[in-house]
Design a protein around this ligand. Sequence first.
Ligand SMILES: [Zn+2]
Ligand SMILES: [Zn+2]
Ligand SMILES: [Zn+2]
Length: 176
Amino acid sequence: MATELADLLRQHDVQVTVQRIAVLRAVSGQPHITADGVAEVVRAELGVISKQAVYDALGILVERRLVRRIQPAGSPARYENRVGDNHHHLVCRSCHHMVDVDCAVGFAPCLSPSESMGYKIDEAEVIYWGHCSKCLAEASKTKSSEISPQRTKSDRRGSPPKTSANSRILNPVHEP
Ligand SMILES: [Zn+2]
Ligand SMILES: [Zn+2]
Ligand SMILES: [Zn+2]
């Protein structure tokens, strides 16, 4: 596998280093991994690698199109080695889980704007947002089980006890 990855690097004009091979292997093994995740995997394998070295390796792999970088709003950048097929992503708003989905067209740009404004468009970046089936199932479960215990709690707290002190404060004017 290491020689395969080394060949892949060479084919893309990337100088082969142990760190770059390890970074590419980490991305290949775990799609949509973050730079932090890559650093963790590589550290487990090589013992030590600086964050900067991870970013540098990822940078050159993205630049040479061995790795694709995706950056959904509100999430750190993600990296994957599934490149060149213009696939898109579904992101769950609750748990931020991300999955691949094939492009219905299969090549970029798969969407055209109503007006190109003189631009030569080569890509439409598509991210589908919603809720994954796990989060939907969990939401419906908690909804149905929460109703009765919450009722009794708020009922007990509902009316504060009446004390003589309270009534005295409320009607000071009537006292002589
Ligand atoms: Zn989810
Ligand atoms: Zn993907
Ligand atoms: Zn598409």
